[in-house]
Design a protein around this ligand. Structure first.
Ligand SMILES: *[C@@H]1O[C@H](CO)[C@@H](O)[C@H](O)[C@H]1NC(C)=O
Ligand SMILES: *[C@@H]1O[C@H](CO)[C@@H](O)[C@H](O)[C@H]1NC(C)=O
Ligand SMILES: *[C@@H]1O[C@H](CO)[C@@H](O)[C@H](O)[C@H]1NC(C)=O
Length: 208
């Protein structure tokens, strides 16, 4: 065998090694499978909400972190809603100097934010088992009791958001500001409603 042939053979061999290694890296199925299952879980859970498509679209990006865990899903939904509430409140402060209603609305959204933060803190405590002794016969009741707090906070948040749009409804402000506020706050209300529905599902099915 001449040295040219040897070089060609070696080159072919290393190329083969390289290709087989990269294809085996591309075709690693466990991750893909997990993602499909995780997405199905989000799709199915979102089916219990009023705005299922919005629910799926807002949460699907975090599917691999949620996996099949309804507690994580509820916390994620509240977290996503909190960040939307923050940006909406910030958006409203831009108009506060000219529109009193925008200022009022921003302050209602801040109240809604406080409620949602409380609900998230309570959920985190539940996940860490704070105040819930899983060996005690009363642990299911304790779980339900704490979850009812979470439900109350989320309902209160939704009520604050409703108050914002109700008051805005009474203004004769036309065009730009009112429409922009409406669109954003209504979107926030849908996210909040969805998060509450996911909290309700967890409360009904997630007892320890
Ligand atoms: C991926 O899912 C398919 C069917 O959905 C299954 O046959 C296969 O064993 C799974 N692979 C892994 C690695 O879990
Ligand atoms: C959603 O719920 C409906 C009934 O309420 C059911 O027919 C449908 O199969 C569900 N879809 C998913 C993806 O779970
Ligand atoms: C969470 O638990 C801590 C104790 O670890 C407690 O101080 C705090 O008040 C609890 N928060 C809520 C919202 O329940």
């Amino acid at each position: 065998m001449g040295s040219k042939n040897l070089t060609a053979t070696l080159l072919l061999f290393t190329t083969f090694l390289f290709i087989s290694r990269s294809t085996s890296a591309v075709h690693s199925p466990p991750r893909l499978n997990a993602t499909t299952n995780d997405l199905t879980f989000i799709r199915t859970s979102c089916n219990a909400t009023l705005y299922a498509d919005l629910c799926f679209n807002s949460l699907a990006g975090y599917a691999s972190a949620v996996q099949n865990n309804p507690a994580r899903l509820a916390k994620l939904a509240i977290g996503v809603t909190i960040s939307k509430a923050k940006s909406t409140a910030l958006f409203l402060t831009k108009f506060s100097h000219s529109a009193t209603k925008a200022k009022d609305c921003a302050s209602y959204l801040k109240d809604a934010l406080d409620e949602m933060r409380d609900s998230l803190r309570t959920l985190r405590n539940i996940s860490r088992g704070v105040g819930i002794d899983s060996a005690a016969p009363s642990s299911v009741e304790m779980f339900r009791f704490k979850m009812s707090d979470v439900q109350t906070y989320m309902s209160a948040a939704l009520t604050y958001e409703d108050t914002c749009t109700d008051e805005y409804d009474e203004t004769d402000e036309v065009g730009g500001t009112k429409t922009a506020v409406y669109d954003r706050v209504n979107n926030l209300k849908r996210l909040t409603s969805n998060a509450l529905a996911l909290v309700n599902s967890y409360a009904n099915n997630g007892a320890p």
